[in-house]
Design a protein around this ligand. Sequence first.
Ligand SMILES: [Zn+2]
Length: 405
Amino acid sequence: MSSLSIADYFPWRRVKIVHQNVNAEPATALVRIEPDRRFRAACHACGGPARTIHSHARKFVRDLSFGQHEMTLQIEYRKIWCDACGGVRVEQLEFVDASQRVTNRLAAYAVQLCNRGLSIQAVAEHLNLDPKTVKVLDQAALEVKFGQTCYDGLVRLAIDEIAVRKGHNYMTVVLDYDTGRVVWMGEGRQIETLDEFFKNMPENVRNGIQAVALDMWEAFINAVKRWCPNADIVFDLFHVVKAFNEVIDDIRNEEFRKSDQQGRELLKGSKYLLLRRGEDLRRNQRAKLKEILAANERLNLLYWLKDLLPAIWSYTSKSWASSAIDAWQAVAECDGHPALLRFARKLEKYRYGILNHCKHPIHTSKLEGVNNKIKVIKRIAYGFHDLEYFTLKIKQAFPGKISDN
Ligand SMILES: [Zn+2]
């Protein structure tokens, strides 16, 4: 009799391999496993020893493939009476969880493939598993690592919203500015959304938060003021330019309506030229923009004001930055267009946070990375049907570095 054995591929205690059946077409293998009766069965729930065997049962479990052969284990196991639990329980097996239909090592392999950026669908096809099974396995592994919010080491934060579905359905994202770690994500963008994040933050961490970069969004501003008494709120250039672009667009539409045929012809397609950064335009686009600005005094002024905004964020001295805001407002007031006056008032209202940028040169642009990743994660993570899973995948993609600066 040959001494060759496949038993070593199943190096598990308290069980023994009793039968193997290998099929060529389709390439499958079935291995039967029974309890090794030299050992007493233990309870899967509490680990306690079994006093009596209640009954015998059988289940089929997928294992790692054996070469080309898809491996299934036929497991004969026992149900026991557990004194500690006070009930009938399934016996504990070290290689498969009581509720699972795949071995722990196959589960680990599936998770490993997910970690390498393969989509759930691709992993499911590769291993011939149900995509739902793969998702459950991946989610369970992520939950262990990223399920709890880690508040360690937080000093400066960037908070922003991301749109997870077109046009609506926002999620709030909190980033550790210094490490780039996604700390937390929550559904919505209300003050209550952030309350959920801050209410579990230890008091000493809350008191130690020095600065938070934000959009000029009252709900977030109020939440930070409520929870972080020592934090300076910082408004970044990105959101101010974005808000001013809306002003430009509104006024451009107004100018278009007022124009005659020739003027309309000139303004056609000008939105892109006005809103993009000058350095991103091609030579012929720049020529067209120049023509528009020469022909329309108000758009020319708007464009100039837009160019002036970054200067406000370029100062490290609060008084210089403040003077730059004053100068901007003076020009806007001189023009007198209601939309410009409104924007000048907006700068006034949020002046404190714009000036805080001098002390804390932080911004929310770091969250752009998260935004870019959404598309990828949407593709690999089965869309956004499950925001919890989506959040875990984002946290996995942004674990943070020791120091990002
Ligand atoms: Zn028990």
